[in-house]
Write a protein that binds this ligand. Structure first.
Ligand SMILES: NC(=O)c1ccc[n+]([C@@H]2O[C@H](COP(=O)([O-])OP(=O)(O)OC[C@H]3O[C@@H](n4cnc5c(N)ncnc54)[C@H](O)[C@@H]3O)[C@@H](O)[C@H]2O)c1
Length: 333
């Protein structure tokens, strides 16, 4: 039996936050959500607003007083609020650093009074340019230089991990940290550079799909429902506290193959005849001169599997179809 009844979710109007909210409400939990709508959206929370167990606060994780107040009535805090998306990170590194470091410190500080357990969302980006595949939690980390602002996201998330582990060791705060690999699903927007919804939106609009770089870089995409299942299993397992876990799919695909797959599935699902083209845009043009991408990002998920028996259930094609259907119905609505 799950011991947590009231979830406080920072970044609750975001992609993962709103899926977590839906799952929590469907299981009879109470949800207190906080979001400043920087990348989240009102559409993501529309269907919960009238739910008797749902409470939404528009505000920021920079507001320590508000965080303390909202933490008071929570049994657990899911800290998902962050500056995310490559485009945003590259264009506004200061906001990234302030939100991801000061914001997380505020959340941990607010949780300390009642020792409220905190789940921290970290990222596969922290592995940086490491070539020790697949990535294991105890691997060394190889980040690029600080004058390339794209690395600020990885560096700040790594500081969040250090902070959370220090709160765990020195303040006895129960924390669980997960490094999410690429997480996708219905409701995610391509607006901030997320590759799968961007490609699907382009394919649905009949535009050519723009692949950044040579497209030979590969990723593993996991359905958001699988990710949430892993998170919930971990927070309910006492042995997970004070530890870091990879959460992701091991189904690896190059970005060129992804574009091809999205083109055929979009054609199949919408019965369109017209086949869109794939074009390649150099990174310097897509982002800025000197931009570095990681060539591969594959998780070793044996740690989470051994502790809580988790494995992803969704295959990539099914996830892509889910996203196509959600985008088609959003346009039709
Ligand atoms: N989606 C992925 O593939 C992925 C991969 C690795 C890690 N993550 C992590 O998972 C978490 C959720 O990501 P997501 O994909 O749902 O992105 P998202 O952008 O949809 O969600 C982040 C939410 O945080 C909110 N936010 C940002 N700054 C805030 C602030 N100062 N105060 C309050 N709210 C604020 C945004 O408005 C947004 O709703 C993030 O911490 C992200 O770093 C996501």
């Amino acid at each position: 039996m799950e011991k947590f009844n009231t979830y406080f979710i920072t970044g609750g109007a975001g992609f993962i936050g709103s899926h977590l909210t839906a799952r929590a409400l469907s299981e009879g939990k109470r949800v207190i959500a906080l979001d400043n709508f920087s990348t989240g959206s009102i559409d993501n929370i529309d269907s919960f607003k009238s739910h008797p167990y749902y409470e939404f606060h528009e505000g920021s994780i920079h507001d320590l007083r508000l965080l303390k107040e909202l933490s008071q009535s929570a049994d657990i805090i899911f800290h998902l609020a962050a500056a995310v998306g490559v485009e945003l990170i590259v264009n506004d590194p200061l906001n990234t650093i302030e939100t991801n470091i000061r914001g997380t410190e505020n959340v941990l500080h607010a949780a300390t009074k009642n020792k409220t357990p905190v789940f921290i969302a970290s990222t596969s980006e922290v592995y940086g340019k490491s070539e020790q595949f697949p990535f294991k939690e105890e691997n060394d980390i190889v980040l690029g230089p600080s004058y390339l602002s794209r690395w600020s996201y990885a560096a700040t998330k790594l500081v969040d991990e250090f902070l959370a582990l220090a709160y765990s060791a020195q303040r006895e705060l129960p924390v669980v940290i997960a490094r999410f690999f690429n997480t996708i699903g219905p409701g995610q927007t391509g607006q901030y550079g997320m590759v799968v919804p961007r490609f699907i939106q382009q394919a649905l609009a009949g535009e050519s799909i723009t692949v950044y770089g040579d497209g030979e870089q590969s990723r593993c995409f996991c359905h958001v429902s699988d990710v949430i299942e892993a998170v919930l299993r971990l927070i309910n397992e006492p042995k997970a506290y004070g530890q870091v876990f990879n959460i992701g799919s091991q189904e690896e695909i190059s970005i060129n193959q992804l574009a091809e797959r999205i083109i055929s599935l979009t054609q199949q699902e919408t019965q369109r005849q017209q086949r869109v083209k794939i074009t390649h845009t150099p990174y310097e043009q897509a982002y800025r001169p000197g931009f570095e991408d990681t060539v591969r990002r594959v998780p070793d998920t044996s740690k989470v599997e051994q502790l809580v028996g988790w494995q992803p259930q969704y295959k990539l094609d099914r996830t892509i179809k889910d996203i196509i259907h959600s985008l088609v119905s959003a346009v039709a609505a």
